[in-house]
Structure formats: C-alpha cells, structure tokens
Design a protein around this ligand. Structure first.
Ligand code: ATP
Length: 309
C-alpha cells in the first residue's frame, strides 16, 4: 500500500471571557469561558505508511517556531493516543509508521492554545488517513484526554467559530458569531506555562452581595457575540487570571493599558497569557489601533491584526 498524506489546519483561539469558578478534586479548575477562533493557524501534514512490524513508529518535525518535535509534542501525543484508542489494523497484521510535519505560525506558550490546535489537527488528519470515520464527535473523547483546550480546537478545526466552554473548558456549546470580530493580537514574545499561572492563582475572590453569579459574564458576552454587538462583547471582556499573570510578567498590565489607549474597544489577556488582544469594529479600525500601539511601545513587539471567526 502506498503512503497516504493528509493535511489539516489547527487554529489559535482567544478567550473573550475566562471566569475561574473554583478548584476541582482532579486538580483542574472549573471555568466558564467564551472561546473565539482566530484566523491564525498551524499546518499539520501526516504521512502514514504500513509497516511489517506491529505497533506505531512515530516521527515529528517542527518548522516555523522553536518547539521540540519529540514525544512531548502534543501532535505526537495525539497520534499515540488515537492509535491506542482506535487500534487501526495495518495491512497483513502489521503496524504503522506515521511522520508528522508541523508548520507552526501560532506563538508558543502564549495562551493561544497552539499545542492544542496541533493535537486537534493531527487527530482529524489521522482519522482520514486511517479511514477511521470517527469524525468530530468520535474524536472528542481522545481530544478531552489530551487537554482541556483540545475539544474546542477540534471543533474549531472542523469549522466552529466560537463556543462557550464549561467544566474544565471542555464542555462546549457552539456560538455562531453575528459578525466578524477584528482582533489586534499582541504577543509579548515570552512563553508562560499555564501550570505556573494556576500555581500562583489564589482562588476565586468572594463576590460582593448582589454581584452577578459566576459564569454570567460569559453568558452575556456569548449572547452579544451571537447578536454581532461588538461594543457589548468588548465591554464584557474579562479574565480572572490576569492579576496573576500581570504579577509574573513585568510591563504586561501597562501594555494592556496602551492597547486601550491606542483605541481598542476593549482589551484582555487570552488564556493564562501572556498574549493580549484588543477588539476593533473593523479591519481598518484594527489596523489603526495596531499602528498607534506600535508608536506607544518602545522596542519591538509582535502585533498582528487577525479576524476572529
Ligand atoms: P496551554 O494553555 O495548554 O499551556 P498555551 O496556549 O499557553 O497552552 P501552547 O503553545 O499550547 O501554549 O504550548 C504550551 C506548552 O506545550 C509549551 O511549553 C510547549 O513546549 C509544549 N508543546 C507541546 N507541543 C506543542 C506544540 N505542538 N506547539 C506548541 N507547544 C507545544
């Protein structure tokens, strides 16, 4: 049998809201979050070849950004997990060689779920290469086992533009945005592990009497997004992890203030950071904000305008 080559694309996301509702017994936190897919993507190519020996032989090469291609890579882990889950029979009772080539554009350890995007794209590409016919619904348990952001990444790779996530962020309800959100994405250029941020997280602060219940901000923003009311989406942006990440990354709080001063309708950190984003009403507005921010910040800063859809 000839080699089979399949391609898939994995998208970055931002969290329009990220509410931490409490700590769970399994060490994760319960969240309410509104994910928005960005038109910023990694490309995954899988080449699948039958081999005489049983089992899976894996290789993974990464170009574009400095990430290890070995067994710690989420694309590698996704291939292993799917192989174990679905046990695709090789022709003649043998196994499979899978070589993965990852072209990375999404900044690494930035709160944009680039690793999750690669894992999701790998699952979709291998589902086709091995003729498993699992589809998004069938791949979801494997996605969930790989990380809290992988289920949304899987939906996003299959066309979903936004969703509310509950539980670890992996119990999803799709949201159909009423219009394109234009995003000014700011990558401060340093990686920050999610585990480190949660390790410093002091726990939810007690809410004053009469304050909206936990999760309400996410519902409000999801509704505004569906209605295409960017002003209300911008007004509702929030992230409970900002205070921790701002205390770990000098200058990040000031950078957010500059994004607002540059004219963004609203600004927030994505995930556990350190990426920040600002919302704009149109592509042109977003470009103006990016241009003004460039003048407000000394030194080099990766600022890009991307569509959230
Ligand atoms: P998370 O919220 O899951 O920590 P993130 O969006 O902040 O993710 P990622 O780019 O997904 O950041 O990377 C998180 C860590 O995972 C990095 O430290 C990196 O070394 C490791 N990693 C493993 N595989 C990948 C991959 N394919 N792309 C990027 N990072 C990867």
């Amino acid at each position: 049998m000839a080699d089979r080559v399949h391609l898939a694309v994995g998208y970055a996301k931002v969290n329009l809201t990220l509410e931490v509702l409490g700590r769970r017994d399994d060490g994760y936190h319960d969240l309410a979050t509104c994910f928005l897919r960005l038109q910023l993507a990694d490309r995954v190519e899988v080449r699948v070849t039958p081999r005489r020996e049983p089992d899976l032989a894996l290789g993974c090469r990464v170009v574009g950004r400095p990430v290890e291609g070995g067994a710690g890579n989420l694309a590698w882990r996704a291939a292993e997990a799917l192989y174990r889950y679905a046990a695709p029979p090789g022709p003649g009772g043998g196994g499979w060689s899978v070589s993965i080539r990852l072209t990375k554009t999404i900044p690494v350890a930035a709160g944009l779920a680039g690793g999750s995007a690669d894992a999701a794209a790998t699952l979709l590409a291998l589902d086709r290469a091995w003729d498993l016919g699992l589809g998004v619904a069938g791949l979801e348990p494997v996605a969930r086992s790989l990380g809290a952001d992988v289920p949304f990444a899987l939906w996003a790779a299959a066309g979903t533009r936004a969703a509310v996530g509950r539980g670890r962020g992996d119990r999803l309800e799709p949201v159909q945005p009423g219009r394109t959100c234009w995003v000014v994405l700011v990558d401060p250029g340093l990686g920050l592990g999610t585990a480190r941020v949660f390790a410093h997280y002091p726990g939810p602060v007690s809410r004053p009497p009469g304050a909206p219940p936990p999760g309400a901000a996410t519902d409000r923003v999801a509704r505004a997004l569906a209605e295409g009311d960017i002003g209300q989406v911008a007004a509702g942006l929030c992230n409970d992890l900002e205070a921790v990440t701002f205390s770990l990354v000098p200058g990040l709080a000031e950078l957010k203030a500059k994004l607002l001063a540059a004219g963004a309708l609203g600004a927030a950190m994505s995930g556990s950071g350190p990426s920040l984003f600002g919302l704009a009403g149109s592509r042109r507005h977003a470009r103006e904000v990016a241009g003004r921010l460039g003048k407000l910040v000394r030194g080099s800063l990766a600022v890009r305008v991307v569509a959230g859809r």
